[in-house]
Design a protein around this ligand. Sequence first.
Ligand code: BES
Ligand code: ZN
Ligand code: ZN
Length: 488
Amino acid sequence: MVVMTTPKVNFSKSTPAISKNTAVIIGVETAGKSIKLTKSRFDSLLPKDLALDSLGISAELGKVAKLPGPKGAVIALVGLGDKISTDSLREATGAAVRELGSLAELIVDLPTKNFEQLLAIFEGALLGNYEFLSYKPKATARALKAITIIGEKPTAKSLREIEFLAQAVKACRDLVNHPANELYPEVMVNQAKKEIKNLPIKLKVWDEKQLVAEGLGGIHAVGKGSNRPPRLVKLEYKPTRAKKSIALVGKGITFDTGGLSLKPAESMVGMKYDMTGAAAVMQALVAIAKHGLKIRATAWLCLAENMPSGGATRPNDVIRIRNGKTVEVLNTDAEGRLVLADGLSMASEEKPDYIVDVATLTGAATIALGNRYAGLMGDDALVKRISEAAKEVGELVWPMPLPQELRPLLNSDIADIANVKIGNRAGGMLVGGIFLREFVGSENHTPAWAHLDIAGPANNDGAAYGYTPKGATGVMVRTLVNLAKSLV
Ligand code: BES
Ligand code: ZN
Ligand code: ZN
């Protein structure tokens, strides 16, 4: 893995010197029907009566315009959107740092009201400074060495926490960006082992034989068509004096061909992203441990490669999930719910207070919500907490219902449940959630449960925006960590 150089970030209350190779980042805000520059200590560098409109400068969030400054420096004007907020500062800084990386030094002088906003600028700068260079390391034009944020330095602890989060998001992006020829279940296991070195996290792995021996028929059925065998990984963080417990369950399909219900060529492109849920819960757990949060947390990575072969699961095969329920597989491309069924069952056996699963589960999620919102389903109280946790960190989730009347669609003549209703496309995301619910909880314990369908926001196949690059986004890592924080 090629590791990017991380620029040094510092805070300054004085006005740093500028030179060639420096950009000063100043905000553009809306002022009634017009726009204006936000106040900065570099005002004197700007020509008076700058005709913003004629120069095509706008306050559109994250839009960056460059003007020549004194001594060869660049003045970069970044749009702050309709209203300056913690979120818009995070996004705008992310966009500016992403776009201005060919310069050696950036000075960010944006208006802040409090430390929270300064920290959002810091976070945006870290998240925006990302490139995936493993396969063309020389392609980078980034030369960024230092970022100076104008403002009072926040506490070392708060800065360190943001660093943990940004590292986790970027490590998630790196995992997801790796192609499936190099990243398969065993590789995910090895990456997890690497990540937890020197952290108070225990790891347990189920290989293909143990999966069969211990009744994990979902993960086995999905993985058995591949030459690269499936795995289940449990990561466990168990601090002393923790009162609450949360289990995170991630869909980790390292490539989804659809299996024998083969996807058409065009729909298969992008299916390396189908392990985003597993990468996100792994990295969230790492960040939770680094933060030292007083909550017991486990991450369950349900890892398999969904391939067609003489050994693959067929439509109409009946499999048995860990909790004893039988599933008739009518479409082998609805494989995420099969691996998660085992993951949810295993998580449930430990009777946690909360279970959250994260999965690129359905194309229907993108039909319903587009490419930026994650669909959020489950128990009302937990759904509300996750919505709040997401809002606080600037990630987008949208609550969706789990209508009980959809359950009969999944009735099977010969098994407890079918994995799809053939020919039914209505409410595909909700049907996925309805299926998963069958595998949550045990006879004498019902945890609060929520399901995040991240098929839309897991990757960004459009242009980069704000702090979000093209490709893997690392979405939900920060929401999950913030959720854990809120539950302590
Ligand atoms: N991995 C896909 C879902 C997906 C599609 C994620 C597009 C991201 C972008 C999932 O395993 C799948 O194929 N789901 C099927 C479900 C159907 C057979 C009920 C789908 O969405 O078509
Ligand atoms: Zn599939
Ligand atoms: Zn899939």
